[in-house]
Design a protein around this ligand. Sequence first.
Ligand code: ATP
Length: 247
Amino acid sequence: MLQIEDVHARYGHVHALRGVSLSVREGETVTLIGANGAGKSTLMTSILGAPRISSGRIRFQGASLQGLGVHEISRRGIAISPEGRRVFPRMTVTENLLMGATFADPATRGTDMQRMFDMFPILSERSQQLAGTLSGGEQQMLAIARALMSHPRLLLMDEPSLGLAPIYIRKVFEIIEMLNRDHGMTILLVEQNANQALRVAHRAYVLQQGSIVMSGTGRELLQSPEVRAAYLEGGKSHNDPAVAAVA
Ligand code: ATP
């Protein structure tokens, strides 16, 4: 469904992606793990055209995404639940959900909204509350629901568990599993919580300093001594690129 081939991306003199290749097949949950600054968010946002890649190819359902605006990419079936959630704080929950449906069929908005309220009952309870006054976990539910309002074929999830209380971290991973298993959603998940991410993923890639250094099934990477040492054990070691040298 998504093919990324030999992609390079730069911010000025910072060479953030250095020849990244990965693929996501229809129906899969694929996770990308890596230390702070490895380039995970850059890879996610470059799929949506910002930053523009300096070389390489990104194809979705057989067609190139290069040069397309974010609206056209959304229309083709890709949605993101962004890092840091980025809900519209001065809008209500309902208004935030409607923003997610901007490019969807207006005729289905009512049923789509009800679907989200059924999936995330807390959003139904909070429907008229300003999004900025929701808890971090509630905002994350809203960010995921808002992305789903556009009926994506591919859902990009950038650090959905970041900064959440343990109860919401568990909930976020349950939602990821539920979306994939019960709704057939194809998911590309970026996470620092490597342990949980590898458990829910069919396949996974390890990104280190802008390059993919390892890939395999979620189970294979969970059992890999290098991944365990760099990302799963040893407390803060996953934040240290020197310790995270798994190549
Ligand atoms: P984290 O887990 O901390 O979010 P990440 O793996 O998502 O990290 P990126 O945010 O993609 O990493 O950053 C990759 C590299 O690109 C880093 O060196 C970062 O400093 C740099 N970078 C990211 N965004 C910009 C920007 N807007 N301008 C300049 N450099 C940037």
